[in-house]
Write a protein that binds this ligand. Structure first.
Ligand code: ZN
Length: 202
């Protein structure tokens, strides 16, 4: 029995009950965090079934897809609060944002979300760093939660969202791996599509 068979077979015994529940998260909360297996957002924040939307990727960084999912979360499912949790010893962040500390990457993520024009609710976005070893969660001060620190922090142009020349979606230019296309396309697919010269998506 391979690992997928094993985890799928377990469902019959556990029978997680989500049917009959409202799809709208009870706490009106969305969480953006890393895919790291040592980080369990439900346990960390004591989120029961149906409590919150949880978005995860490598590092918990703000991408086009994250912004789109959060916009849907707010528009269709009524969430209003966004919590960003990055963590110490994050291999994904080290690769995606090599020059940033966990605090800096959280600050960048919070800034991007607060600046995202596609998000209807941007007032309640807060960011935290989880110390993986100690299990402590520390809030990262930003302009809404700690004015003095935020004002002292340098404003980096790279932390603003850009709009993709091809698909017109908002994206984080600093997350792009290709320096030359940084301010132009949100990803390789759009770059290739633009080069192929086909019609732009509606
Ligand atoms: Zn991580």
């Amino acid at each position: 029995m391979d690992v997928i068979d094993r985890v799928v077979a377990g469902v019959t015994e556990r029978r997680p009950q989500g049917s009959g529940q409202d799809a709208r998260p009870k706490m009106g909360l969305a969480v953006l965090t890393c895919m790291d297996s040592r980080l369990d957002p439900a346990r960390l924040l004591d989120l029961g079934l149906g409590a919150a939307h949880v978005l995860r990727n490598a590092g918990g960084v703000v991408t086009t897809d994250v912004v789109e999912s959060l916009a849907m979360s707010q528009e269709r499912f009524g969430t209003r609060h966004v919590v960003v949790v990055h963590h110490t010893h994050c291999a994904a962040l080290a690769e995606r944002l090599p020059r940033h500390s966990a605090e800096e990457s959280v600050r960048a993520a919070v800034r991007l979300l607060r600046a995202a024009p596609d998000l209807p609710h941007r007032d309640a976005v807060r960011g935290f760093v989880l110390d993986i070893e100690r299990g402590t969660l520390t809030e990262v001060p930003t302009s809404a939660t700690g004015p003095a620190v935020a004002r002292a922090a340098p404003s980096r142009a790279g932390w603003r969202l850009s709009r993709c020349l091809w698909c017109k979606r908002a994206f984080d230019p600093s997350a792009s791996s290709r320096r030359r296309q940084r301010r132009v396309y949100c990803g390789d697919l759009c770059r290739l599509a633009a080069r192929a010269g086909g019609p732009a998506p509606p």
